[in-house]
Every structure is written in structure tokens, then in C-alpha cells.
Design a protein around this ligand. Sequence first.
Ligand SMILES: Nc1ncnc2c1ncn2[C@@H]1O[C@H](COP(=O)(O)OP(=O)(O)O)[C@@H](O)[C@H]1O
Ligand SMILES: [Mg+2]
Length: 306
Amino acid sequence: MTLVEVQSLVKRYGTLRVLDGVSFSLEKGIHGLIGPNGAGKTTTLKVLLGLTNADEGVVKVFGLDVSKESSRILERVGVLHENPRLPGWATGLQFLRYVASLKPGSSNEDIMSVAKIADIDYALERTIGTYSAGMTQRIGFAAALIGDPELVFLDEPTANLDPLGRIDVWNRILELHKERGASFLISTHALFELEKVCQTIVILHRGKVLDQGTVETLTGKYSVHEYVLHVDHPSFLKERLEKSGTVKNVELRHDKLVVSVQNPEAFFQELSQLVRNRDFHLMDVESSKFTLEDIFVVAFRRKMEQ
Ligand SMILES: Nc1ncnc2c1ncn2[C@@H]1O[C@H](COP(=O)(O)OP(=O)(O)O)[C@@H](O)[C@H]1O
Ligand SMILES: [Mg+2]
């Protein structure tokens, strides 16, 4: 079943087209909405939740039109807003109970279970006003999981967490997907974190979709493989490789050669031929990892060149 369907969505604030013809659709799974600040991620999530109206386009969640049936949608989703403003006077427990009262069929055990999942169960008796930013984020995450939602929207869920806390939250998301079948749409500008958990990614930039697809497809499409070669005569090899058809770019960096290639197989064939000719001695080859961050940069550059 298609969980989320967005077609030609336009959202204006005054004269500004904050979302300018956004289209994407998502099946069950873990999905990322990525892009720099101001790209329109939060606005997209708000439209999906019926918190703000679309000016044009069709937006459906679970096949239901958000402009007509947002209350039926809200019963089945969980949300963690960006910089959630939570009641500082309430204890964590009071807050989670309040959220549970809005979700039909959730029990006291659910509250304890989500608090454990979000790793905030130890602080439920304290008022939220005394929580650190990371703890506030965690109680918000717990609240988003109440009622066993089919789809959870998380807007910058790791924004206030330390590195270990971040890894922990991503692991919890993966577990929830495996064990309960929950789907997620996660917005973030910290791209490198998403590649480990997301199946598909939608890249937003200034209100437009730059590209979308599975992490593998996007990596395949945009990746340039980069290798660092440790050799005894780097400038000699640099000259040889510059004449070669298999290398896109060669650079000398601190006595090492950094080469970018589009087709690693052809490159390594040529390299092994050179090694066999004993023109130089190859000590080591490191491969530098191509990340979502790189995908974003390359996708963005290509768009600008069009
Ligand atoms: N309520 C609002 N009124 C006017 N402009 C807004 C409002 N909310 C967001 N914007 C503008 O819309 C653009 C997209 O914002 P947002 O969706 O928050 O981006 P992101 O979440 O990707 O950082 C920004 O230029 C922002 O200033
Ligand atoms: Mg945002």
C-alpha cells in the first residue's frame, strides 16, 4: 500500500513558493527527507499532517486526502516536531499520559514501553522543564511512538542528541520497523546518519525535489569512486594516469595520489598492468567512502549546471 502520496504540491507563504511542485510517493519502510536548512522539509511534514494547507496539489496519507480527513490520519500516525515545545510544568509521565489520552486504545503499559524504547523511563517523575535538550527530544520521541502508529513523522529527531544518543535513536528506529512494522518519514540535514537506516530518500532543495530513490540507486547514479594510492614514485604515476582513459581526476596530496574513477574495474585492470610492468611500487590502496553528503553535493551541482 502507498503510505504517502504527494503530487505537484505547492505551498506559498506570501509571495514565496516554499514548496514548488513537490511530488513523491512512499511505500511501507523507513524513508528520509533530506536537504539543507530552508529546503521545505518541515513545511512538507506540516502539510502531510494537515497542520497547514497546501495551495495546490494532491496530498494523501494512507490513501486519505489530508485536506478532508486529517483527523482520521492523525489517529494512525505519530509525530516528533522540530524543536518540540513541551509543557515544562508537566512530568514526563503526565505528558505521555496526556498524549496517550488522545490516541484510542493505548494503555499504561504502552507508556512504559515507549519510554523504555526512547530511553527516558528513568526520568518520568521529573518535570520536563528540568530536562536537558537531549532528554526533551527523547520524551518527544517516546510521545511519537504512543499508540503503535503505522507511520511516524520525525522532524530532525537527533538534533539535540550527542553522538551515542544519535546512534541509539537510529537503532531504535530500525528495531521498531522490524518488530512492529512501523514506517518512518524522517527529515534531517545530517545526511550521513540516514544512509544506514533509510530505504528511500527524497532530496529537497529550495522547495523542489532534486532527486529521489533508494540509497543504492542514488549512490550508483552519483557516485564517483575515490581511491588513495600509496606509491614510491607518485608524480611519475600521476603523469601516467593523466594520460589514461580510466581516470577522471588525479591529484597529488601529501605524497599520495588521490584518483577519482567512474569505473573501478577498468581502473584496477590498468593499474595492475602498470604494476606488472614494474614502473613503480604500489604499497597500499585506500578507498574513500562515498556518502549521502556527496550525493547531495553532486545532485545539487548537476542541477545548477542544467
Ligand atoms: N510560517 C511561515 N511563514 C513564512 N515563511 C515560512 C514559514 N514557515 C517556513 N517558512 C519559510 O519556508 C521555507 C522552508 O522552511 P522549512 O520548511 O522550515 O525548511 P526546512 O525544514 O527544510 O529547514 C523557509 O524559507 C522558511 O523561511
Ligand atoms: Mg525543518
